[in-house]
Design a protein around this ligand. Sequence first.
Ligand code: MF3
Ligand code: CO
Length: 240
Amino acid sequence: MYVAGHIVAEILQLLKEILRPGISTADLDAIAYSEILKRKALPAFKGYRGYPATLCVSVNQEVVHGIPSSKKIIKQGDLVSMDLGVIYEDYYGDAAVTAIAGANTSDASAVRLLEVTSAALDAGIQEARPGMHLKDISAAVQTVVEDAGFSVVRQFVGHGIGRALHEPPEIPNYGVRGEGPLLRPGMVLAIEPMVNMGKSDVLMLSDGWTVVTADGSLSAHFEHSVAITENGPLLLTKLD
Ligand code: MF3
Ligand code: CO
């Protein structure tokens, strides 16, 4: 799973470097696909419940599961979430990053949304150790997000990961400390806060995949696959 995770991390890093105004979301998808095959891995999302692509690219008010399209051109200052899953020798890796297209943005609140969502993921990861309860992760994420005045999406959750993309348990991004199963070494969790600048409500577009904020506010998404070890959380999808 470390290899699968490392492949995801390398490709997301590459996509972040390539992301710029003028590129289409289908271009990003095509790069992700060829980079996966180069590394002797397979895309985990393509064909999953009929999902048509390698990458999910969710722009601005899109929360998750945006379908890449050659008609969708990235603009300067767009908030772009890229979510990637791969299979390497039957094991899965899954991670997501959100970045701002172009060198800068005039929207300081968008930068803050990214920082807070990333910090919420880090806070959740810190709880992923033996002896903690699953909802300690949820509560840590929720606290960081809500203290900053943003809201967590409730209709979508993180998940266990291993020989399948989605394994039990579900990992909500809100919850009460001390609840849920005890965490043990060997468990691997995909922790993935989805954070809206406005209200937490989301809608599904008619393509059956793209999730958007109901109020049209910006949304950010970060995800890591994390192994629980005796020594604490081990990030499988982090570079270095
Ligand atoms: N990271 C997302 C998840 O774990 C991506 C799934 S997209 C899908 O749910 F197409 F595979 F469903
Ligand atoms: Co996931």
